[in-house]
Write a new protein. Structure first.
Length: 312
């Protein structure tokens, strides 16, 4: 009998708890999702929070690196050789996994991307390297078309998009050339065309002008600038201090694996200043630049584009 009464009491108490819970304001119903330390802009495309990666248990790599890159920014990553720039880019590409810390892209923790989802993630990232990494036995056209093919693009899309991007990058007359028949600057244009043919929301360039002369460097940087103006967030790792200073964009500096400078609100003026591409070229050269070409369409919102990399 006593046992029966206590069961009824427990049931009543549980019902009362449920009722109280149902009336509670929504904010107290569930704990807020845990956020990393430090403030995160709502439009951050890249977020590093206390990221450490040591190679072979040495001190080389990157250590406790935190920074954000907002949608539409153009950001330089600078630092001497061995500073950790490429490591940072390889972490973003998921070629390396951090030992600790959190990396988010388009608001999502990239450690959650499964191997199966990697192609979806990677096709949202355009990548340009110092050594171009072109396919030597394919023509300019086919190098770029291949980047579309692997994402499952139709022949019609390829027929439309490849000539567009080759026009944009100034390669229309080189369609049938092989990489060894091109100058270094032209090869890098092909690799930029290949990186951008999918109109990715994020473009990463690791020393894109490291093998180029100053004039060719300006042409490539104008191209990256134009891509940024079309809405793609661009991160460029470089040694070229002169170029960085002339471009007056945000600068993040690494030294011995540590982030030592982030000129986010520094003397470089407003991000995405409304210079035309021609004015931008003039800024870099100190002379008038050719008339700008306009990109046909803006890049879609990064969040939606990255979704297929994270969806179940
Ligand atoms: N695969 C690796 N194994 C061991 N150590 C590595 C490896 N890759 C890079 N490191 C070390 O990690 C540190 C950072 O290298 P990282 O390549 O990121 O520098 P970086 O800033 O890109 O240099 P650079 O300007 O020369 O390209 C260096 O001390 C480097 O020797
Ligand atoms: Mg490097």
């Amino acid at each position: 009998m006593a046992a029966q009464r206590s069961t009824t009491d427990r049931q009543r108490a549980a019902a009362a708890r449920r009722a109280a819970h149902a009336q509670a304001p929504p904010a107290t119903e569930a704990p807020a999702p845990s956020r990393p330390v430090g403030s995160t802009p709502h439009d951050a495309v890249i977020e590093f929070r206390g990221v450490t990666k040591a190679y072979d248990n040495t001190f080389a790599g990157v250590h406790d690196v935190s920074f954000n890159v907002r949608r539409g920014e153009f950001l330089f990553l600078v630092g001497q050789t061995g500073a950790g720039k490429s490591t940072l880019i390889r972490l973003l590409l998921k070629e390396l996994e951090p030992d600790s810390g959190l990396i988010r892209v388009a608001g999502r923790d990239i450690s959650e991307i499964t191997r199966k989802k990697m192609p979806y993630y990677r096709r949202n990232l355009g990548v340009v390297f110092q050594d171009f990494k072109l396919l030597p036995n394919r023509t300019v056209h086919d190098n770029v078309a291949y980047a579309l093919q692997v994402t499952g693009a139709s022949r019609k899309q390829i027929r439309r998009q490849v000539p567009d991007i080759l026009r944009l990058t100034g390669l229309s007359t080189k369609l049938h050339n092989y990489p060894h028949q091109l100058s270094g600057g032209e090869q890098q244009r092909v690799s930029v065309a290949r990186a951008f043919v999918n109109h990715p929301p994020l473009l990463l360039a690791d020393e894109p002008t490291g093998n180029l002369d100053p004039d060719t460097t300006i042409g490539i940087m104008q191209l990256l600038y134009r891509i940024n103006k079309a809405g793609t967030t661009v991160l460029v790792a470089t040694h070229d201090e002169g170029m960085v200073n002339r471009m007056r964009r945000r600068v993040v500096e690494m030294q011995g694996g540590h982030l030592i400078r982030d000129e986010v609100a520094g003397g470089y003026g407003r991000q995405g200043a409304d210079e035309s591409t021609a004015e931008f070229g003039a800024l870099m050269r100190g002379e008038p630049a050719p008339a700008p070409q306009r990109l046909a369409r803006r890049v879609e919102e990064p969040d939606s584009l990255f979704d297929d990399a994270f969806a179940d």
